[in-house]
Design a binder for this molecule. Structure first.
Ligand SMILES: [Zn+2]
Length: 303
């Protein structure tokens, strides 16, 4: 009899199409056809949209625009809604190379006119750091030693201005903010942190459990892992709809839409326990965002 952890590990090894939920390992999945947005398909696979015309001479197909197909999947056990395609490491690297840099922005502007203007608003950054610090203050000591995993420049790292150490681990290797230090995996593995921040990463990655397990391996017994992901409008506004997955018609950068149950299952399956969890509303980029915030620790009963 396979455990949820076994099934989750198996899901992590599926190279292309997820056969199990990537949070709880469940195999009871509802599916509905959707499309992969052209920009993502181009970056990850080199595919471009095409128009099928009568000149193709296809007997059984209708003429019209063709876009890459995929499935929107909903786990009937934990409620996670996700893209069935799981990108490989090399596809992820291609998708996020030079993220929001000049080449990335120009290519995205080609597929999504107006993106460059919207990106300026996004770059203005989050404005809810105070809310995050208030949430974490009950669990984190004063002047914490902080690691921001995937923290970009460290601009939005909680406690940035009142910590005793700030390390940024990010594949983008950008110039980090004054006071922060860009570090490699060796430094990460040999440093004690009071707080590890994993903010707006898990909605992008094909196997969230792999990322969390990698972090869990370097956590001390007293380390707090702060996780933040979007509480997507679809999940919030139609959470009781039985056809929730069918309402997700397209997929872009965010390939995992989380629920409270899916996050709880994910954390438990990675040997952690949730110390505190809340959904918050924040302002940023001239719109209101809904987010899940979690504080986690190693589970005392885990080996
Ligand atoms: Zn699930």
């Amino acid at each position: 009899m396979k455990t949820d952890c076994d099934l989750l590990e198996q899901a992590g090894k599926s190279p292309r199409i997820a056969l199990h939920c990537v949070c709880c390992g469940g195999g009871d999945l509802a599916k509905s056809p959707a499309i992969l947005m052209p920009f993502v398909a181009k970056r990850a696979f080199g595919w471009e949209p095409v128009e099928i015309t009568a000149a193709w001479g296809l007997r059984d197909l209708r003429c019209g625009n063709a876009y890459p197909l995929c499935n929107s999947v909903r786990c009937l056990r934990c409620g996670l809604v996700f893209l069935d395609i799981r990108f490989s490491d090399s596809e992820m690297a291609a998708l996020y190379a030079g993220y929001r840099g000049p080449e990335y922005t120009a290519q995205r502007e080609h597929f999504e006119p107006g993106y460059a203007r919207r990106a300026v608003v996004i770059a203005d950054g989050a404005t809810h750091t105070g809310q995050v610090e208030a949430f974490l203050s009950a669990h984190v000591a004063a002047l914490p030693r902080v690691l921001d995993w995937g923290g970009d420049t460290g601009k939005n790292t909680p406690f940035r201005s009142r910590c005793s150490l700030l390390h940024i681990f990010d594949i983008s290797a950008q110039q980090v903010m004054p006071g922060a230090v860009s570090v490699d995996k060796h430094t990460v593995a040999t440093t004690h942190y009071d707080l590890i921040v994993l903010s707006h990463v898990l909605e992008h990655v094909p196997f969230p459990a792999s990322t969390i397990s990698e972090i869990a391996a370097i956590m001390a017994r007293d380390t707090i892992l702060y996780i933040e992901v979007p509480y997507e409008d679809l999940m919030r506004e139609a959470q009781d709809a039985t056809d929730l997955h069918a309402r997700k018609r397209y997929w872009h950068e965010h390939v995992n839409f989380f629920t409270r149950d899916s996050l709880s299952a994910l954390i438990a399956n990675c040997g952690l326990r949730v110390v505190d969890m809340q959904s918050i509303e924040a302002e940023g980029g001239a719109k209101r965002w809904h987010l899940w915030s979690l504080a986690c620790m190693l589970d005392a009963v885990s080996p």
